[in-house]
Design a protein around this ligand. Sequence first.
Ligand code: FAD
Ligand code: SIN
Length: 519
Amino acid sequence: MPIQTDYLVVGSGMAGLWFAYRMARHGKVIVLTKKDDSESNTNYAQGGIAAAVGPDDSPEIHMNDTIKAGYGLCKEDAVRVMTKEGPGLVRELDALDIDFSENSGRLDLGIEGGHTKHRVIHAADTTGQEIEWGLIKAVRSSENITLWEHHFAVDLLKGNDGNCCGIFSFNRESGEFTEIRSKVVMLATGGLCGIYEHTTNPPIATGDGVAMAWRTGAEVENLEFIQFHPTSFYGVKLDGRAFLISEAVRGEGALLRTPDGTRFMPNYHPDAEMAPRSDVARAIYNELRTNRLDYVLLDLEPIPDKHILKRFPMIAETCRKFGIDITRESIPVVPAAHYSVGGIKTNLWGQTSIKGLYAAGECAHTGVHGANRLASNSLLEALVFADRASRAASDEAYEDCSVEKTGPFESSFHSMEDPSLINSLCSSAKQTMWRYAGIVRSEKEMKKGRKRIAELRHELEALYPERNFSPGIKQLRNMLIVGDLILRSAIERKESRGLHYVEEYPDMLPEARHTVLKP
Ligand code: FAD
Ligand code: SIN
């Protein structure tokens, strides 16, 4: 028997939890999450959340900075909404049990590349963890919200009239499937950079929401824009993710040098270390390639020791564990896949092209980031558009839910998933994405990458038929779908713009267009 709820949320990061928190005023909410409640990209955010709350700042200035960083591709109405509604919502967030850093009784505001004002609200260097804990506490104290941990959303449920009316999920602990029906499904499944070999994202970031929405018929947009963070700790992986060294470290004055001590960023951009992320990542890539280096160095010498330890205690402690005292030594760093700018196409209210299906946060594409996201704008985007989605979703009524597709019944579920086989296919997929859809791309190579992803899909299908709904297999299938969508979008863009650089097309075309893919 299906379970009924009013609102169903997939994902317990910033977007999913804020949406659930808001919807609890209107009805019963179930939040599904595929691991522990706090495991999400949100939980690892370091730098902070950008909002124009400073005395010398305004939403207009924040809007202009965002648009300038977006290389002509930002949707201005979305940026206006985000920068205008952001400050009020961040104040509401601050009023929850979240301990943002303060200076003389006021929010301490950091600065990162591309921002012309100090506007990055943070909790030292563990901002995401503070937000995550504060929101989980708020959500858990609501009688109307139930949080289901270790529940993997397998597929969306589509009614005969084309609307989305629920989801199939798999309980990883009990091994049971559940069909959940609801007025609204909110996909807040976060990022997809876990499909790259080197990434700052935790392994849950496999693009499940994008793949599910695509299978159900939703449009996706601008998936070619993958942001590579310039500075992840070279050679260090923590539970499968590269350890991030926040851009805020450069914001406080740290410099990038080659191992022989030469500072190189001034040769690449007038803003040097504070240039937009795409420029810094490409400059590092170039230094690594031309000088045959394994890493470059992040030199914290210009920052006073006391300030380093106060502002970046977690980074200092983690580096210390790996043998680096950041008050004395430089940190070896390399770029890593960090953020997906593109995603499921939504309007200004979080609505996708399918009735009843909403998306917010990193899995959605609202258009605020254009071709290059400004640091610390993604937590803000997740908050603002989850909030707007909650306002729109409260007006939704139950639709007919005569189900078009039957779900994963026992007979179609084969549990003989061979983990070593799945892991090996998964590693091949990640290596393919790193090699063929990386920081510097070539059309010829991207086509090879697409072919390789198609081969991996065939290998998987030959081993496990499509009606196998085992989560490990389903997740790998999602990764391969998303990998193909990224490469397909990247091949369609015959220019270099922001994060997308193609050797055959080094220039930006005069007209900016979005890459919309329809199933
Ligand atoms: P997430 O926080 O990633 O949450 C996704 C949720 O969906 C998770 O709970 C996951 O378990 C769940 N999920 C996924 N698939 C399924 C499924 N099939 N079934 C059930 N559940 C599922 N941005 C900033 O603005 N400022 C920063 O300082 C910053 N620092 C960052 C540092 C790091 C290391 C990383 C990785 C990212 C950082 N970002 C930062 C980006 C930002 O953290 C994310 O874009 C943002 O947190 C995304 O929030 P979200 O709610 O969309 O998704
Ligand atoms: C960082 O702290 O450098 C990450 C900020 C972001 O990705 O917005």
